[in-house]
Design a protein around this ligand. Structure first.
Ligand SMILES: [Fe+2]
Ligand SMILES: [Fe+2]
Length: 264
């Protein structure tokens, strides 16, 4: 009965594409030994038909719907930015609960490290490719800002929430990051989307690349890698497994299903 209900829920998700989103989800979950969907296909009537190995919660399914609706690269970037703000707020608004702060501080670090490298590998090269001289300047400017933020993140990620400088350090970091986020959303991403509009499916394809790239990049800040690929790429691939293992021993918010970078 529950299985039938879940099938119905999935069938109603209009934007899920079986060979992309679900395939990726299925791959991730198998690593964690918790997953469920072992295959989906779309019928002629465009309904999704999925096979399940075991059951999962409806809230998790709703989360996939959000992922599925995130079709453009701008939406993917903005979604990450909003999540970062949410984690930041959880830290600064819970000064008397160090355990809560530590969990969300770790979550913030995890998300920001992956988001930054994901942009450097997927989005900034696209600025250079599609926006000419202006794009090269944008990418260079953004990489420098990332480097500055990563240096602060490296300090923050090694701090304990009981440290009186924990919140001030995060606030200092957020001040720089917030300006950077505003520039990306106001200037950079609209300029890129404008160019991508003439290439069918490009922004959607880039959004998928961004999501996949984030699954393989470090979940901690490694500013010594520099802000330029290919150093970032090489260092990222070298350090990601180490971060991956160390994440097991860090505290994350209770609702985090898996903080492991290879599973989100
Ligand atoms: Fe950025
Ligand atoms: Fe960003």
């Amino acid at each position: 009965m529950i299985l039938a209900l879940m099938k119905q829920v999935l069938v109603k998700l209009p934007y899920l594409h079986p060979t992309n989103q679900l395939d990726l989800i299925s791959k991730r979950e198998r690593k964690n030994n918790t997953w469920i969907i072992i295959g989906c296909k779309r019928s002629i009537s465009r309904q999704l038909h999925c096979n399940f190995k075991s059951l999962y919660s409806i809230s998790r399914i709703k989360k996939f719907r959000n992922v599925a609706a995130m079709s453009t690269i701008s939406n993917a970037i903005i979604k990450d930015h909003r999540e970062l703000k949410q984690y930041y707020d959880e830290v600064v608004n819970n000064v008397n609960n160090h355990d809560h702060q530590q969990r969300f501080g770790n979550q913030f670090t995890w998300e920001l490290a992956r988001h930054s490298v994901g942009e450097e590998l997927v989005v900034y090269p696209a600025f250079e490719k599609h926006l000419g001289v202006q794009g090269k300047e944008m990418a260079e400017h953004d990489r420098k800002e990332h480097h500055k933020v990563k240096l602060m993140l490296k300090e923050f990620q090694n701090m304990s929430a009981s440290d009186p400088n924990y919140v001030p350090k995060l606030q200092e970091l957020w001040k720089s990051l917030e300006e950077h986020i505003e520039e990306e959303e106001r200037d950079d991403m609209p300029a890129l989307e404008e160019k991508l509009r003439s290439i069918e499916g490009e922004t959607e394809s880039m959004a998928k690349s961004f999501g996949r790239t984030k699954a393989f990049v470090p979940s901690r800040s490694h500013p010594s890698a520099g802000e330029h690929p290919p150093f970032e790429t090489v260092m990222g691939l070298l350090t990601a497994p180490i971060d991956d293992v160390a994440d097991i021993f860090r505290k994350f918010p209770d609702q985090t299903i898996s903080p492991n970078p290879s599973t989100k």
